[in-house]
Design a protein around this ligand. Structure first.
Ligand SMILES: [Zn+2]
Length: 427
């Protein structure tokens, strides 16, 4: 087994790279219909193409959607027993940052040898990362911590992942003795607005399996997402002049309110965590004559998803008995499914990632994402893609922070992972 430990110099290179990337504003826009949703995402894409070329990934290029593509050929010599048989591994991260928080003029704040306690952000006295509210800070004593100055997000989501992948390929170029198969790199745009795979050509990418580096905590591998549907409830009422409405008016607003008020308290986003499912009434619009109510349905299995939808049907039936003249229709639209259903098709994808974590001397933690991810969509497009930690914490917020030490471990685990794919591909 090749020795895989980043030196002090590698670590500095990783930090410099990360600081360079967060300085480029790549905030996406959920209301834009163009691709990428904001042109400025291409500024970082262009910079990355240049860096990858300098490192020696000569085929690095940006496409019209702002995606960056590059590849590194296998390092195993032609005589190696696994030569030509090692699956190509894709490494993916996203260029854009969250649309809801400013990503312009990011001024990173680097804390060397973090000694514990609250972190007061220098650009806004109101912004304090409270030690007691961030249990992971306790796990990062002595680490190098990076935050923003409190006026913008930091952008570790997902520029930590990008810096880790670029550092890894640069490190591999300088360590030809470390065995790896073909590596395919992709940096995508608009992940935060749910369009990160819109223009992703899985066949052209050429990877047999892939990993996103877009998670949070050390040793965490995520292979599960929600099963997700959207429920649309349409209530037809009957509007009459309110002064003369007795016995005639059917108020759709009251019918919709009755439905929302009957949703089970124990299955709401604000009352659930971990593997618990929920129903979330998130949008209501209309008037006396017609109301449209939208709900998110989320669960980790299709069976539980159906149970939540049945509970909504039961509520609607009950309300219809109270308002017999109202007409209520329910439409269910599928959003996405738990990626674990797909990833189970090739157990190696997860197993090898766990083995790589163990080679770092850590116990792998399998985690389920209470949301969607590009990896989930890619998995259903035929490219199985679990998610590896990138180190960032408190995503999407001005209090976002990252541990450089956890970023270093993300680079090392990915190097180990490539090695496991080589070893296990031997005939
Ligand atoms: Zn992300």
């Amino acid at each position: 087994m090749a020795s895989i430990t980043l030196t002090e110099h590698d670590r500095k290179e990783l930090l410099d790279r990360f600081l360079r990337y967060v300085a480029v504003d790549t905030q996406s826009d959920e209301n834009s219909t163009s691709s990428p949703s904001t042109e400025k995402q291409k500024d970082l894409a262009r910079l990355l193409v240049e860096e990858l070329k300098t490192i020696g990934l000569d085929d690095a290029r940006m496409d019209e959607w702002g995606y960056v593509w590059a590849s590194l050929p296998a390092s195993v010599p032609p005589g190696h027993p696994a030569a030509g048989k090692i699956p190509a591994v894709g490494l993916i991260a996203h260029l854009d940052t969250y649309f809801g928080t400013s990503g312009g003029g990011v001024t990173p704040h680097v804390i060397e040898r973090y000694g514990g306690g609250d972190i007061r952000l220098p650009g806004d006295p109101e912004q304090v990362i409270v030690f007691a509210d961030n249990p992971n800070l306790g796990a990062c004593l002595g680490h190098t911590i990076v935050t923003s100055d409190g006026r913008t997000l930091l952008g570790a989501d997902d520029k930590a992942g990008i810096a880790e992948i670029v550092t890894l390929v640069s490190w591999l170029r300088r360590h030809p003795e470390v065995p790896h198969g073909p590596i395919k790199v992709a940096f995508t745009t608009d992940e935060e607005v749910g369009r990160g795979t819109e223009h992703f050509d899985v066949a052209a990418f050429g990877a047999d399996v892939a990993y996103t580096l877009d998670g949070s905590d050390l040793a965490e591998i995520e292979d599960e997402t929600f099963c997700a549907d959207t429920a649309i409830v349409t209530v037809q009422g009957h509007d009459v002049h309110p002064g003369y409405a007795k016995g005639k008016m059917v108020n759709a607003v009251r019918v919709a309110a009755a439905i929302v008020s009957r949703l089970e308290e124990e299955f709401l986003p604000e009352t659930t965590e971990e593997r618990q499912p929920y129903l979330h009434a998130y949008d209501v619009r209309g008037d006396v004559s017609k109301v449209e109510l939208k709900l998110l349905v989320r669960a980790f299995s299709e069976e539980e998803l159906v149970r939540r939808e049945d509970s909504l049907r039961a509520v609607i039936d009950e309300v219809c008995r109270l308002f017999p003249a109202a007409r209520v229709a329910l439409e269910i639209k599928e959003s996405y499914r738990n990626m674990a259903y797909k990833i189970a098709e090739d157990p190696r994808v997860l197993e090898f990632a766990f083995e790589a974590v163990r080679r770092l001397g850590l116990e792998p933690k399998r985690k389920a994402i209470r949301g969607g991810t590009d990896g989930a969509r890619l998995s259903f497009m035929g490219l199985l893609t679990p998610n590896i930690w990138a180190g960032g914490q408190s995503f999407h917020s001005v209090q976002e922070w990252v541990s450089l030490d956890w970023m270093v471990k993300a680079v090392e685990v990915t190097a180990h992972l490539l090695g496991v794919w080589v070893e296990r591909s031997k005939p």
